[in-house]
Design a protein around this ligand. Structure first.
Ligand SMILES: C[S@@+](CC[C@H](N)C(=O)[O-])C[C@H]1O[C@@H](n2cnc3c(N)ncnc32)[C@H](O)[C@@H]1O
Length: 327
């Protein structure tokens, strides 16, 4: 998975950008238009004000892709006159995406890793949209008595095959009950904590907010979910075989939000919000909706349509959940 998605030359995310969006392989809330970023800007501005408007502060974005969301949030904060003292930082390990982001968002600093900020911790709002689902995971399968981790082998024809690695999965399975033989699922093991730790170390208090698709643990590892949540995406078509065309398709699995909360706790945070995206954005948008009242111009109509797509349970409103933590 690391090679298929993140190899700096052949990985899926290392290709020239264009995976996300209507012309790409899948859409995210960012593809709906600038409203998503503008509403996040309101939420960030409210946090900054409620924490006494620190003079120097940071917004730290992960998985910034082509920089569109960063640009929308910065514009949103400027329009609210809430950008004084702001340092907007993008953490981007892939060099070609970093180049695109520097060009698209000249006002942001783009760093390879958050460890570079550990010497200068600031009050910070850390976030990522659909990033946790893109972190590495292990595929595991029950043989009825224990979990086996599945690795990838190549047969004599050069075809990729699943192959049981044995009970090495014990280290990553932690507390998961053994399921009936053949039950296949995914676990992220240590990858989430390792991702969160440097981000947490760069904060002198603040918030972390993760938006993603996923379930609490009981739902995730439900008896009926026998083939897990692994999906591939290419040209808006979902598939289930990550060994098909590695490097050319996205590979993702839902987020175990119970596990994410435990990992947040382990790096010093406390979860203060877990709710569907629709409810979160409707709450954040209240003052904006009042401003929109009575407007019938084309811009307003466009924004209201985008708001519906982002919040309606039949669209993106219940597909995504928001987990926010205080530090
Ligand atoms: C599904 S895309 C989401 C893009 C964007 N946030 C959006 O909503 O349109 C996932 C992104 O997470 C990034 N990513 C994955 N692992 C990462 C890591 N360890 N650090 C920073 N970014 C990472 C990928 O490179 C990719 O750009």
């Amino acid at each position: 998975m690391a090679a298929a998605l993140y190899d700096p030359e052949d990985g899926y995310y290392a290709r020239p950008a264009g995976q996300v969006g209507k012309a790409g392989d899948f859409i995210t809330s960012v593809s709906i238009g600038p409203l998503f970023g503008r509403l996040l800007a309101r939420h960030i501005a409210a946090w900054h004000q409620n924490s006494g408007s620190p003079e120097r502060w940071r917004v730290l974005e992960t998985g910034a892709n082509d920089g569109s969301l960063a640009a929308d949030i910065i514009t949103g904060l400027e329009r609210l006159s809430a950008d004084a003292g702001l340092e907007y930082v993008i953490i981007e390990p892939l060099p070609h995406l970093a180049r695109i982001q520097r060009k698209r968002v000249p006002g942001a600093a783009v760093l390879e890793s958050a460890t570079l900020l550990a010497d200068d911790p600031l009050p910070t709002f850390v976030f990522g949209n659909e990033v946790i689902d893109a972190l590495l995971f292990h595929v595991i399968e029950s043989d009825g008595t224990r979990w086996l981790e599945l690795g990838v082998a190549v047969d004599e024809n050069g075809t990729f095959l699943w192959h049981p690695l044995g009970p090495a999965a014990a280290e990553v399975v932690e507390n998961l009950p053994v399921m009936p033989a053949g039950y296949r699922t995914e676990v992220r093991g240590r990858s989430v904590r390792e991702f969160l730790q440097p981000l947490a170390s760069s904060m002198a208090g603040g918030r972390m907010l993760w938006i993603d698709y996923g379930f609490p643990r009981d739902d995730y590892y439900h008896e009926a979910r026998t083939t897990g949540t692994l999906r591939t995406f290419s040209r808006h078509r979902a598939g289930e075989d990550p060994l098909d065309s590695p490097g050319e398709i996205d590979i993702t699995a839902h987020v175990d939000f119970t596990g994410l909360a435990a990992d947040i706790d382990a790096v010093g945070g406390q979860v203060i919000r877990f709710e569907p995206q629709g409810r979160f954005l409707t709450h954040v948008a209240r003052p904006w909706l009042l401003e929109m009242e009575g407007r019938t111009d084309d811009d307003a109509k466009k924004d209201l349509r985008a708001f519906q797509t982002l919040t309606h349970p039949g669209h993106l409103g219940s597909r995504f959940h928001v987990m926010e933590a205080a530090f």
